[in-house]
Ligand binder design. Sequence first.
Ligand SMILES: [Mn+2]
Length: 324
Amino acid sequence: MIENFDTLLSNSKTVAISGHIRPDGDCVGSCMAMYNYVATYYPQVEVHVYLDPIPNIFKFLKNTDKIEDIHTVPEGTVFDLYIALDCSDGGRLGDAFSFFEAAKHTCCFDHHMTNGGFAEYSYIIPDDSSTCELVYNQFGKDKITKDIAECLYTGIIHDTGVFQYSCTTEATMDAAGFLMSLGIDYPKICTDTYYAKTMIQNRMLGKALLNCKTFEDGKIIAAVITAEDMAEYGALSKHLEGIVQQLRDTTGVEVAIFLYELDDGDFKGSTRATGDVDLTVICQKYNGGGHKKAAGFSVSTKDPWSIIDEIIELVKAQFDSLGI
Ligand SMILES: [Mn+2]
């Protein structure tokens, strides 16, 4: 916890809140939970939340209509307190970083292993499921309203894949259980923000699954979506989210590889592993990165399947050394 957090808030006239660029569920959830907390318990404070445009699925959260664009802040503005959420470093704040740096006091709540502590006061627990779980612990049960609970629950389910990832702990479930007890519509939050897919997303998923190929007795699976495929259905890159996970979830798969074409003819690659294959090593060969079981890269090529062939060779080498 940040012990003096409530003192910092009560001593501030102006408070700004931001999360990382291209906000996801945990980012939006933690920022809006923080905004609603400050607005509820510190009504004398002028509080602002600055985020990139958020996905429509999160707009039911209370006060998301108050989200402002950081570019509307006059240059030279100095906030009394700037709170960064779900950001592993200052760069992840995007254009908000200069205002963060200029603020009189700064706080950071985060759960990324790589966070080196760029704020004056930090609450960083890399083992926590989500920033929302950290914020839950910071606020304490007594201060969590139903509106705040909706924000925190949304963030927790998004960063845990609805409690399926290994980051989910007994403490995560206890927190989620308490949030449920406040009367939030948790089935609707899970369905509408996590499981629901648009028709375009479903068609692109169908296309990828129909055209995928398997290698090494089904241990490797790969699919490609071209710009032409996307144009056929009016799809954008955001409609392709989740495809690589669906490939990975195929029975018997150790490694899933998914490539899709960007507007400029380059390809974006995503990889997922179910076992011990280390994908960071593989994606680094294409100047990419990420986590051991989830990594990505961008590559310029006319022949995406030749890139997949190269990756398959790298995966096979790891299979050999791992005895897979
Ligand atoms: Mn997060």
